[in-house]
Design a protein around this ligand. Structure first.
Ligand code: FES
Length: 157
């Protein structure tokens, strides 16, 4: 794994030194390091000639840019209006109970992190859950647990 400073340099080289590169650069960091450390944000600001505040602002706006260490599998449940009305609270409670964590937390074995996220663009098929890059539309509490169980089985830990 490249060190963070070199990684940021490589990403800036790849995406170009402009304000528009900020998001792809931050995404690239998360992809490799699994989260965005303060150090990485400062390197990105330096390399892109932006203020640290601007980088923080972008990072905290996008819930996809994790700013704390996360588990191997990231479960995101949409909390926006359509999914809310279709029962996202029940889904979240069922997952919390099954994994024994609260929203925003990571399981002890670092296998799962549970997050709420803004609209994922699947409103017509809510409630929607995302695990890593995989979308699970029209879920029920039971279905959500079944899906998570299948990730547990596939996990080496
Ligand atoms: S409101 Fe949940 S996907 Fe749009």
């Amino acid at each position: 794994m490249p060190n963070t400073e070199n990684l940021v340099k490589e990403l800036v080289q790849k995406h170009g030194k402009s304000r528009n590169s900020l998001l792809p650069v931050l995404q690239g960091i998360v992809k490799v390091n699994r989260y965005l450390s303060e150090e990485a944000m400062i390197f990105a600001a330096k390399e892109l000639d932006l203020s640290a505040a601007e980088v923080y602002g972008t990072a905290s706006f996008y819930t996809f840019l994790n700013t704390t260490p996360k588990g191997k599998n990231i479960i995101r449940v949409c909390k926006t209006i359509s999914c809310h009305m279709k029962g996202k609270d029940e889904i979240i409670s069922a997952i919390e109970k099954s994994l024994n964590i609260k929203i925003g937390q990571t399981t002890h074995n670092k296998n799962f992190t549970l997050l709420a996220t803004n609209c994922l663009g699947w409103c017509h098929k809510g409630p929607v859950m995302l695990i890593n890059d995989e979308v699970y539309p029209e879920i029920t509490p039971n279905k959500a647990i079944e899906i998570i169980e299948s990730y547990k089985k596939n996990s080496v830990n």
